[in-house]
Design a protein around this ligand. Structure first.
Ligand code: M6R
Length: 592
């Protein structure tokens, strides 16, 4: 987590760095800071809170430096405070560093430095790097960084500047993401591509174990032993307009409305790019899907499709659980990593672990060039464009598209299945047209303290996803359950104050779900039913009814998730909460 950015070139660095930090804010937002080289002096400004607090504190300050680094933080070591905010410096304030990730052996290094009389100012793991580099510096920043980097353990990316070499930034990648942007007479470095997209589309993605030596004139990449590395330059197809709000109140709402396009673009993109992997799902004894959060829920839906269309037994595992379990994985298995960012550390670990065990690895990833994209044998890209809201929405339905595409590959009726899938974007559009109903329901129930979400079969993962959306942005307690599990415990929670969202499309388990609705009704629960338009049974049993257009059973998750996203959005927005940047969260989770 945390976002880092660096600039060296012909322009004043501060506005470029602040602009980039705003675009990186989704990675963490409990404090922020910048360091600039001003007339061979280092100035460091930091504030607790969001980037706007830092921007306010800088108003009217005459900084003109053309080299600088910036940071937005999601605290791991040390609470959010000005002292713990980045950049961190050495004792003489000659070196400044911004860092994303964790230095696992920092206590040992700190003890060693304190033993030599170094005085620490913060509780962070990062500060050790600043002192180590200052101690190792003998006239060449790159040499000092290379000396230090081999002493650090953990997953990290950092950037360092020094007053001794005022137009140079050295960046290091080991486990956390870092990209270099190439300009004319100026160069950039950032945790993520959107941060620097307004300035350049020419990107070099660093791999683990690489160091970038950046000046306005050029960029050289080395491995940790100082050997030069040749890298490919990627030209990013995204456009910065797609990372702006385009008149919507929040990015999340805009992204919910972008779903017809995200799904359409993903299906078309996969069909036309021929990204279909050169193997059949049937070649494997088992498929393991590994993911976190919303991507995990997409995996749960994908499992039903894959098992139905290919017959291959499929399991879905939380990446954080996979990591420390003894899963027997070998060359007979296909491991599918699902990740919007392509940087989630546990999912990335799973892919690398599976590769070492000889399994084939395939990823479903939105960010082209991300670590998981590069490290998997095959990738199916979701073409959802950048997603800025911390709550995943359009990337979820785009992941579903990619998983259905994969499940149908090799199926004798593949063309028919894909042409049915192509009808989904128009149906999502129709679903979005009914959003007013959802807003009214949000108004009515926004003060409730707990919600239950129920569903069966393909609608169970959607119940989980609806509950996750509500809790992460509205801070209301919500649980997703298989509707049939109610009577094994959760039904005890039902009373006249409990809203129960039931996802009940007309599918193979419809009658069973209706029975579960009855059970809730008998106990006076408030039923918010999501069902097909014209489904009088669900409508009659529900206190509130949200209709989605009828669609083939397999595609129901694409539609039923939309009102649940909107319900969470409207509740959070009406409660006046920070929808795009909910508390305690970050868009990309690069720590365990
Ligand atoms: O980038 P990833 O898809 O790997 O991220 C996984 C989760 O961190 C992510 O889905 C998270 O749960 C979202 N905030 C959900 O809205």
């Amino acid at each position: 987590m945390c976002g880092i950015i660096g600039y060296t070139g012909k322009e004043q660095a501060l506005p470029l760095i602040l602009g980039g930090l705003e675009r990186l804010e989704y990675r963490g937002y409990d404090s922020a800071g910048v360091a600039l080289i001003e007339d061979r002096r280092l100035v460091v400004e930091k504030r607790v809170g969001k980037i706007r607090e830092l921007v306010k504190s800088l108003w009217g300050k005459p900084y003109k430096g053309k080299t600088g680094i910036g940071h937005t933080r999601w605290a791991t070591h040390g609470e959010p405070s000005t002292e713990n905010a980045h950049p961190h410096t050495d004792e003489r304030c000659e070196f400044a560093i911004v860092h994303n990730g964790i230095v696992e052996n920092y206590l040992e290094l700190r003890k060693e430095l304190e033993g030599k009389g170094v005085k620490f100012r913060s509780n962070t793991d990062t500060e050790v790097i600043a002192h180590l580099i200052a101690n190792a510096y003998r006239g060449d920043l790159l040499d000092a960084v290379l000396e230090v980097v081999n002493r650090l353990r953990g997953a990290f990316a950092f950037a360092v500047i020094t007053v001794h070499e005022p137009s140079r930034i050295v960046g290091v990648k080991q486990g956390s993401p870092l990209v270099v942007g190439l300009g004319e007479g100026e160069n950039f470095l950032a945790s993520d591509i959107p941060a620097i997209l307004p300035y350049t589309r020419k990107i070099v993605t660093l791999s683990d174990g690489e160091v970038a030596d950046i000046t306005p004139e050029g960029v050289n990449i080395y491995d940790f032993n100082g050997n030069p590395v040749t890298k490919e330059i990627m030209v990013v197809p995204w456009d910065i307009i797609s990372a702006e709000k385009s008149g919507f109140k929040h990015f999340m709402l805009k992204e919910i409305y972008e779903q017809p396009k995200a799904v359409g673009d993903t299906i078309r993109g996969l069909i036309s790019s021929g990204e279909e992997p050169p193997f059949s799902l049937k070649d494997f004894r088992r498929i393991l899907m590994i993911a976190c959060g919303t991507s995990y829920h997409a995996g749960l839906v994908g499992k039903f499709w894959i098992e139905k269309l290919s017959g291959v037994p499929t399991e879905v595992v939380y990446a954080s659980e996979f990591r420390y379990a003894d899963f027997p994985v070998d060359e007979r298995d296909l491991i599918i990593g699902i990740s919007q960012s392509g940087e989630t550390i546990d999912t990335k670990f799973a892919i690398n672990f599976a590769k070492r065990k000889g399994a084939k690895t395939l990823s479903v990833v939105n960010v082209v060039g991300s670590s998981i994209d590069r490290e998997s044998d095959y990738t199916l890209h979701t073409h959802a464009g950048p997603e800025i809201g911390v709550a995943a929405t359009k990337t979820f339905t785009a992941q579903l598209s990619a998983l259905y595409f994969l499940a149908s590959s090799g199926h004798p009726e593949k063309d028919r299945l894909l042409s049915e899938l192509m009808k989904v974007p128009a149906k999502i559009e129709e679903t979005l047209d009914r959003s007013e109903v959802v807003e009214k329901i949000a108004d009515k129930y926004m003060k409730k303290k707990d919600f239950l979400y129920l569903g069966r079969y393909l609608s169970f993962p959607i119940a989980l996803e609806g509950a996750l959306k509500l809790k992460e942005i509205s801070y209301i307690h919500a649980e997703g359950y298989p509707a049939g599990e109610m009577k094994h415990g959760p039904i005890a929670l039902i009373d006249e104050n409990m809203p129960v969202v039931v996802v009940a499309p007309q599918d193979r388990v419809h009658e069973k779900t209706l029975a579960n609705i009855e059970e809730v009704r008998t106990r006076k629960g408030i039923i918010i039913g999501v069902g097909f338009e014209g489904d009088e049974k669900v409508e009659k049993l529900s206190s509130e009814f949200i209709a989605v257009p009828p669609i083939e059973e397999d595609f129901t998750p694409f539609l039923t998730v939309v009102p649940l996203q909107l319900l969470a959005y409207h509740i959070a927005s009406k409660l006046g909460l920070d929808v795009d940047q909910p508390r305690n969260l970050a868009k990309t989770v690069t720590v365990e």
